[in-house]
Design a protein around this ligand. Structure first.
Ligand SMILES: Cc1cc2nc3c(=O)[nH]c(=O)nc-3n(C[C@H](O)[C@H](O)[C@H](O)COP(=O)(O)O)c2cc1C
Length: 205
């Protein structure tokens, strides 16, 4: 899809066709494209739970203020950020070592810097997890659109409840959820609301 069209045609689609299946392969393709999103030190401090079973959807629906799209969509993704994603046990450090031709000093320096930058307070840890995983979320929505799949992000959800129900570990944080599927064209989306433009939101210093 042409980039400008991607931006102008992506919408948060409230009405998702209940009967149109989203294939596992398409979901895989969307996620494998979206992971090209940038992340600090390429640490990719994120993971995704794809909620597809009726039982899990019902649980997530109740933890999402009963937003119908969670039941209607073939899949809702729980986007999870890792607040400790800079730590030693992230396998990306091993990949980095081979990517930098075995330069251990460089990897150790990066580890130290990442730990200092992102791990020195709870606030920084959360910022690290949420900023990176937030970019993944946006990338997923654009990648989906490119595959003709619509999406709807949600943060009107019970973050703690989802954390508990879907058994996240203590270092993980629920960033948002994204329902995905195909727009039910028999229903009309509300018109897109205007955006605040450059003059209103930008200052030059
Ligand atoms: C982080 C985030 C959380 C959102 N949470 C909800 C939500 O819980 N329920 C909902 O109906 N829409 C939610 N939205 C959708 C916004 O209302 C929507 O993106 C906005 O109105 C702009 O519309 P558009 O995406 O169609 O351009 C959320 C969007 C974002 C980015």
């Amino acid at each position: 899809m042409e980039t400008r069209a991607l931006f102008s045609e992506r919408r948060s689609v409230t009405f998702i066709n209940k009967t149109e299946v989203l294939s596992k392969q398409t979901l895989k393709d969307i996620i494998n494209l979206a992971v090209l999103a940038p992340s600090a030190f390429n640490l990719q401090p994120w993971r995704i739970i794809a909620v597809t079973s009726e039982e899990s959807k019902k649980k997530l629906f109740d933890l999402s203020n009963q937003q119908e799209k969670v039941l209607e969509a073939p899949v809702t993704l729980i986007i999870i950020g890792d607040k400790e994603g800079y730590s030693d046990n992230n396998p990306v450090w091993i990949e980095m070592l081979s990517s930098v031709g075995g330069n251990q000093e460089m990897v150790d320096g990066s580890k130290q810097a990442a730990s200092y930058l992102y791990g020195s307070s709870e606030e920084r840890k959360l910022k690290f997890a949420e900023s990176n995983a937030g970019l993944l979320a946006m990338a997923i929505m654009f990648a989906a659109k490119d595959y003709g799949v619509d999406s709807h992000p949600m943060s009107g959800i019970d973050f703690d409840g989802i954390h508990k129900e879907f058994k996240l570990n203590k270092d993980e944080t629920v960033v948002m959820t994204i329902s995905m599927g195909y727009y039910d064209k028999s229903k009309e989306l509300y018109p897109r609301r205007p955006r605040r433009l450059y003059n209103e939101i930008t200052s030059i210093v």
